[in-house]
Ligand binder design. Structure first.
Ligand code: 13P
Length: 255
């Protein structure tokens, strides 16, 4: 397994933050700070900021993503947004299966799989989130949970389509808590997820798959996490809302 064959990607997940003027200010501040990045840079923003983000990042190295999408192409799903709607706007990425969606909005492995399928069919790149709860880690079933979430999410996804998927390992106990997984813990689970993917798609496909870590990654701990063999980038919540902090993480991934 050779880390150098993989693309490092640092993605911000803004969650439910930033009005349009705030989004504009953040993107304007961020652009010059990450322009020389030697890794992928993505900002996943609320639906209401997509147009602003697409407009402001035109001609820059920053790609734009949404934070979720529905599985149907269109129809009676009040309040939802389809993958086609995102693709038509020029959105490139979509986060699917975030633990906050699983925790607060009834997202299951099966609906995650349906959303993944819809996103791929629309030509979007998927940032697929998996990760265990604290109780599950304490019960020693982290691997089982991550394997299950990964396998179900990838049902019906071909080896060719896997190229449009990034997996983000986000231990739920580390999200927004300031409690980061140690670099070794992150590396261990990322490596395990890669072995699960290798069993499904073969070693070569697994070797090429970008697997991020997410959960309290910040300007201070990013370098150590990103130095690990299986940590190919980060999905960043809180620290993505501050341009200098996000840029420091991007710089750490560019080394
Ligand atoms: P924090 O970086 O705020 O812990 O959030 C991580 C996350 O959930 C990214 O999707």
């Amino acid at each position: 397994m050779n880390k150098a064959v993989r693309n490092a990607v640092i993605a911000g997940n803004w969650k439910m933050n930033k009005t349009r003027p705030e989004a504009k200010a953040l993107i304007e501040e961020l652009k010059p700070l990450v322009k020389d990045a030697d890794c992928g840079v993505v900002i996943c923003v609320p639906y209401t900021n997509l147009e602003t983000a697409l407009e402001l990042t035109k001609g820059s190295n920053i790609k734009v993503g949404a934070e979720n999408c529905h599985w149907a192409k269109s129809g009676a799903f009040t309040g939802e947004i389809s993958a086609d709607m995102l693709a038509e706007m020029g959105v490139e990425y979509v986060v699917i299966g975030h633990s906050e969606r699983r925790q607060y909005f009834g997202e299951t492995d099966v609906t995650v799989n349906k959303r993944v399928r819809a996103a791929l069919d629309a030509g979007l790149k998927v940032i697929l989130c998996v990760g265990e709860l604290l109780e599950q880690r304490e019960q020693g079933i982290t691997e089982e949970i991550c394997a299950m979430q990964t396998k179900v999410a990838l049902l019906g996804v071909s080896e060719d389509e896997l190229k449009n998927i990034i997996i983000a390992y986000e231990p739920v106990w580390a999200i927004g808590t300031g409690k980061t997984a140690t670099a070794d813990q992150a590396n261990e689970v990322n490596g395990y997820i890669r072995s699960v993917v290798a069993k499904l798609y073969g070693e070569k496909a697994a070797e090429a798959l970008t697997i991020q870590y997410g959960g309290s990654m910040n300007a201070g701990n990013a370098e150590e996490l990103l130095s690990k063999e299986h940590v190919d980038g980060g999905l960043i919540g809180g620290a993505s809302l501050k341009a200098p902090d996000f840029a420091t993480i991007v710089a750490a991934a560019s080394k």
